[in-house]
Write a new protein. Structure first.
Length: 237
């Protein structure tokens, strides 16, 4: 499992949103790589015409009204979505950039029902499968993705509101190649158990220097997801 995956210690969350807001744009991704990110975490949704794009919020202003992303085509958003729509980035373009620059990708999948489209996009990109993770997907989506292409590495994502799920039973039954968990859910013993099972551990969202040090030197996670990859790089040396 994780032994076949590359570990990337410095992960830029949506690129470098503190320096090039709002993130999830090619400009922000490029900046993150320039200041030290070795991997990029990006949010993946789809438009009405089944174009996978980078977007976290799902609802945006168009003509002064809030509209769901999936109600309009990619071209329509680009033309009529204002400044945000003008920078709307296709997953294809983000993957091409990451491949060209030699960095990894965490795809935070937010569109149940489009698993086949995501699997096809990953395969068509030629992106190295030892450098990509599909995270964020629920249990049903993970099962579908496994059935579509068991080679695509998956990550179990847990946020603080899911702390109750972190039990000894879960630690022994996690069936993904990696986990992407809120940093406050992680302890040295939990990370050790997951590592013994050959599972990579990524912590999010870690922006305070003291938390970065704890994750890296105390918990010994494999990667840290941050809005400030430059700060993390300076701490890691």
């Amino acid at each position: 499992m994780a032994s076949e995956l590359r570990a990337f210690p410095i992960v830029g969350q949506r690129g470098a949103p503190f320096q090039v807001p709002p993130g999830n744009t090619l400009a922000s991704l490029r900046r993150a790589i320039d200041i030290g990110a070795e991997m990029l975490e990006i949010d993946v949704r789809r438009t009405r015409d089944d174009v996978l794009v980078l977007d976290q919020e799902n609802v945006h202003l168009m003509g002064g009204e809030e509209k769901p992303l999936r109600d309009f085509s990619y071209r329509h958003w680009r033309q009529h979505g204002g400044d945000w729509g003008g920078s709307l980035t296709r997953l294809d373009d983000a993957m091409a950039l990451a491949r060209e620059r030699g960095v990894g990708l965490i795809l935070d999948f937010k569109e149940p029902g489009t698993e086949a489209l995501l699997a096809r996009t990953i395969r068509a990109s030629g992106f190295p499968l030892d450098s990509v993770l599909v995270a964020g997907a629920g249990e049903t989506s993970r099962k579908i993705l496994r059935g579509l292409d068991p080679r695509i590495p998956l990550s179990l994502t847990l946020d603080m509101d899911q702390a109750r799920l972190v039990t000894p039973k879960l630690l022994l039954e996690v069936d993904t190649e990696a986990v992407t968990w809120h940093h406050r859910l992680l302890t040295p013993s939990i990370v050790e158990i997951l590592h013994r099972r050959d599972i990579l551990v990524y912590a999010f969202t870690v922006d305070m220097a003291e938390d970065m040090r704890r994750m890296r030197h105390v918990c010994k996670v494999d990667g840290i997801i941050t809005n400030s990859p430059d700060v993390l790089k300076s701490l890691l040396g």
